[in-house]
Design a protein. Structure first.
Length: 733
């Protein structure tokens, strides 16, 4: 039965159909909303939603956060989290709601541009569109971006029709909010400006040709309406610009970063790149396989060509202007289909118009064969729409069944199995910390605040030594299962707990020392991880540890392997070059002036190179004179204190001296990498010191806490009491 949109009954039918479509679309977007764990960009949303509003705005105006996107979606998400709690469902709730309401707005745009029938068909296609559903379930800007873009367009079209101030102000508000939500809103704003200018100019020229040669008062009012509309439009744009002035410096910084020294201009490469991106976008939006892409393309072209110039011009501008801008801006614009998601509603509405055109075309040969034609057009349209919806639902079923990463399960396992002092490592390929950040989110939701999750990269050993040097915990590793290939070489060394999309690897036998177990885990991961990027970081971490524990030959071997596997990224080159420079600076850090060489690593920050001892025997009541040689293995933040003890056979300390470790007035916090310092100590022995053999021990601690830096020997074994055992002296009468 056809929809008589002019009757009361017809309007009720339209309302009922629209309500059913929106409800169905919302149900599809609610289905499995929190089934998947947070992904890379959603972690940023989670992180920023934890700020209060003043802190969030301060954070968003700092680099590089300001170069991400606008602050609006983070404010909306913050309010949701504040009111409803911190969960994956709440984080994604705003995207689901704005995505669902966008179905209603798509209908309204279709009704304004064509008829209610096209609006309903377009809303239905949008309700079941897998691409829109996917980004209506992501805690990012995209659902809100489409919603605000459609609102901006609706108010613009209404304002051009009625020229009322309240409608123009609504257009200003929605456009300004969209610019504060996502920088790519600047891609549909030029389309609106060009379209509105064209409509106003065409209206003025049309009225001039019709009434310009007369002097009738009515004609004069008709001629003056276009300039008034133009003035209101210009005033609206000025308000939009003024509202965005506080954020303009952020936009300028983004343009400077993305464009750099690259000039703006159209080239064949940039044109081909932009056209290729357009094909990718339309393919993602239709989501079709096999012969169906041609069906979508044919319906789109048919819908584009079947109406007057206003609809065609608007759609051509709405879709074409963003890609024209990207072509002029340069070939390497690095954008994804989701950044121009605001194109999708008009793309689907044009296809809806194409469906109506197909029905009207097929009615012609059936005109004489069918006696009652009232049901024929709706039937033809229904069959075509059913085919399109079926294609979308098939892809949607694949979307719901896609593999998901079970970070929640991994975090729950670690919560149950971990104990104080444990450390979790994860491969550090690339520049993102998605594994560590995601695990930390779900661990903290379970009340686990003390389990460190560290990225395998240069400086891993230092992080463990500095923060967990006294811990006696276990080392685990979180890896992607598709990357974890358990070989026979390590099958007996580790136990693996597999979750969907992530595995937790643990050592079966522990040494009791966290640093030594870290080395063992890294060696295991070299057999588990096939990715060269992961191997590069593992080799670099091992080289860094060996370099700071005296294993210079092992460090050289791992540096050679890292150099062979180095990924072609600035980060990899930078980290490898720094480690190579440190190797050259530290590996030959021996001084011929040192009387007794004794290399020890303290906290992987300071190396004990050796000592000078004036005499091997001291009389009772005499003074032990000794010089200690230190070297900076890393830049330090703390002022450390050195101690030296004379210890008797009964472990009693008979003489000691504690002094701030410094050269002149330069404490350890000012030392550069490779800096060598010689400190002289005088330890008077008490008059009642019994004659005999006495040991000399030295070490370093932080004076505020008294915590000693852990000491490792050249075999990477933890030294008892974290004290370097020097030679002995003989106390004589």
């Amino acid at each position: 039965m056809s929809i008589d949109s002019d009757s009361r009954k017809g309007r009720l039918q339209v309302t009922a159909f629209l309500l059913a479509i929106v409800t169905f679309g919302m149900a599809l977007r609610l289905c499995g909303l929190d089934a998947d764990s947070l992904w890379l960009d959603e972690i940023t949303t989670h992180f920023r939603s934890q700020f209060d509003i003043p802190s969030l705005m301060a954070h968003m105006t700092s680099a590089p956060a300001a170069l991400d996107q606008g602050p609006l979606v983070y404010l909306v998400t913050h309010i949701s989290v504040f009111c409803l709690g911190d969960s994956d469902f709440v984080l994604r709730l705003q995207a689901m709601l704005f995505g669902s309401f966008s179905i209603l707005l798509a209908y309204k745009v279709g009704e304004i541009l064509w008829t209610r029938q096209e609006g309903l068909v377009g809303a239905l296609l949008m309700a079941v569109n897998p691409y829109h559903i996917q980004y209506s379930q992501v805690a990012r800007h995209y659902g809100l971006m489409v919603f605000l873009a459609l609102l901006s367009l609706i108010f613009l079209l209404k304002a051009l029709q009625k020229n009322q101030m309240r409608i123009w102000l609504a257009f200003v508000l929605c456009t300004s909010l969209s610019l504060y939500n996502h920088y790519f809103a600047f891609l549909f704003l030029p389309a609106e400006i060009i379209f509105a200018t064209w409509v106003i100019a065409q209206s003025w020229l049309s009225n001039w040709k019709k009434h310009g040669l007369t002097s009738h008062h009515h004609s004069s009012s008709m001629l003056s309406s276009a300039p008034k509309r133009g003035a209101m439009f210009i005033a609206s744009l000025c308000l939009v610009v003024m509202s965005y002035l506080p954020w303009l410096t952020m936009l300028q910084a983004l343009i400077s970063r993305e464009m750099g020294s690259q000039g703006i201009g159209l080239s064949m490469d940039s044109l081909q790149s932009s056209l290729g991106f357009l094909r990718t976008v339309l393919s993602d939006f239709s989501g079709a396989q096999g012969v169906s892409p041609f069906l979508w393309a044919a319906l789109f072209v048919l819908g584009l060509a079947s109406r007057d110039w206003k609809q065609t011009t608007l759609i051509a501008l709405w879709i074409g202007v963003p890609f024209a801008f990207l072509a002029v801006a340069g070939a390497e614009h690095g954008v994804a289909s989701r950044y121009v998601l605001f194109i999708l509603p008009l793309y689907l509405l044009t296809i809806a118009q194409g469906v109506t055109s197909v029905g009207q075309f097929l009615m012609r040969p059936l005109h004489s064969a069918v006696r009652t034609r009232k049901w024929l057009l709706p039937a033809i349209c229904a069959v075509t729409v059913t085919a399109l919806v079926t294609v979308n639902l098939a892809r949607l079923a694949h979307y719901y069944a896609r593999p998901k990463r079970d970070w929640r399960g991994a975090a729950e396992y670690l919560t149950a199995e971990s104990s104080p002092g444990d450390v979790v490592l994860y491969p550090g390929e690339g520049s993102y910390n998605i594994v560590g950040d995601t695990l930390l989110i779900y661990l903290r939701r379970r009340g686990v605040e003390t389990l460190p999750v560290l990225q395998i990269r240069r400086g891993l050993g230092q992080a463990i030594a500095q923060n967990f040097g006294d811990a006696n915990g276990q080392v685990a590793a979180a890896v992607y299962p598709e990357d974890a290939l358990v070989s026979n070489q390590v099958a007996n060394e580790v136990s693996i707990a597999d979750f969907e999309g992530v595995s937790i690897v643990r050592l079966r036998e522990l040494s009791g020392d966290l640093l030594q177990d870290t080395i063992s885990m890294l060696q295991v991961l070299l057999n588990l991880l096939p990715a060269p990027e992961a191997h590069f970081d593992v080799h670099l971490a091992l080289a860094d540890i060996y370099l700071r524990t005296g294993g210079f030959e092992q460090a050289q071997s791992h540096l050679d392997m890292a150099g062979q596997l180095r990924p072609d990224t600035p980060r990899a080159s930078r980290h490898l070059d720094r480690t190579l420079a440190e190797f050259e600076q530290l590996s030959w850090a021996t001084d011929e002036d040192i009387q007794f060489h004794l290399w020890r690593s303290l906290g992987l920050q300071i190396a004990f190179l050796g000592y000078d001892l004036d005499t091997p025997s001291v009389p009772v009541g005499g003074t032990v004179e000794v010089s200690l040689w230190w070297e900076a293995l890393d830049r330090m933040e703390k002022h450390y204190t050195a101690f030296i003890h004379v210890v008797g056979p009964d472990e009693r300390i008979w003489a000691q001296q504690d002094t701030l470790l410094q050269e002149g007035n330069d404490p350890t916090s000012t030392w550069e990498l490779g800096k060598t310092v010689r400190e002289e100590y005088e330890l008077p022995l008490p008059p009642d010191t019994p004659p005999g053999e006495y040991a000399i021990q030295a070490g370093v601690y932080y004076w505020e806490t008294g915590e000693r830096l852990p000491v490792w020997d050249e075999d990477r074994q933890r030294v008892a009491q974290d004290a370097v055992k020097l030679g002995s002296i003989t106390v004589t009468r």
